[in-house]
Design a protein around this ligand. Sequence first.
Ligand SMILES: NC(=O)c1ccc[n+]([C@@H]2O[C@H](COP(=O)([O-])OP(=O)(O)OC[C@H]3O[C@@H](n4cnc5c(N)ncnc54)[C@H](O)[C@@H]3O)[C@@H](O)[C@H]2O)c1
Length: 209
Amino acid sequence: MSAPISGKAIKRLILYHYILSDCLLKENEYISSQQIAELLKIDDSQVRKDIALCAASGKSNVGYNTKELKKSIEQLLGFKAQKAAFILGAGNLGSALAKHADFADYGLDIAALFDNDPAKIDTLLNGKKIYPLSELYHVATHEQLVNKRKVEIAILTVPASAAQSSAELLVRAQIKYIWNFTPVVLSVPEDVRVCNENLIGNFLDFTND
Ligand SMILES: NC(=O)c1ccc[n+]([C@@H]2O[C@H](COP(=O)([O-])OP(=O)(O)OC[C@H]3O[C@@H](n4cnc5c(N)ncnc54)[C@H](O)[C@@H]3O)[C@@H](O)[C@H]2O)c1
């Protein structure tokens, strides 16, 4: 089995993918690692090392075929493999994420949303139904039995006060990956992975010179 790709490499590869998508729009057939490195203000050798992970090969003097390299990155990062997710908390953030069209391009399909506001329950958001949180287990089971897909990802955008109890419901519904936007350190079993998303942390990191 090949070694897992580091988080930093994944983030750089996604930036290369943005650049390649832009090149394709501009009908640029080739791009060199140097051009990518200059755009991102990083080392050319780093770009070549990352691209080597996709087993893509360039042509001397012209560089990489943009279409092929974009496809190789998509294969490497599994953009085409469909991954279904639930959103818990259909408020400002949860709604914005549910409407984010780009998720589908990266293989992330929002299967359903959950909330506890009676005014939101049974309404549709971007074509996806909002269920009461009490139906989480039932909807997860239905997805598995009827729609033949296991939803293992959840995006947590409830208020902080509801974060831990929601995480416990997610664990019971066999969710294995929680993308946690709440400002709460969740306590979950070891086999459940939590990614804590923190815009303020990123902002402070970025402005902390
Ligand atoms: N990670 C970040 O950088 C970042 C940025 C902004 C907001 N946040 C966090 O994201 C969360 C959502 O923020 P928002 O602005 O969308 O809030 P919001 O109030 O607009 O939305 C919260 C939603 O959760 C629902 N809700 C409340 N209690 C619930 C429960 N027990 N079960 C199910 N649903 C419940 C509410 O009805 C509402 O629809 C908050 O925890 C906030 O702190 C994080």
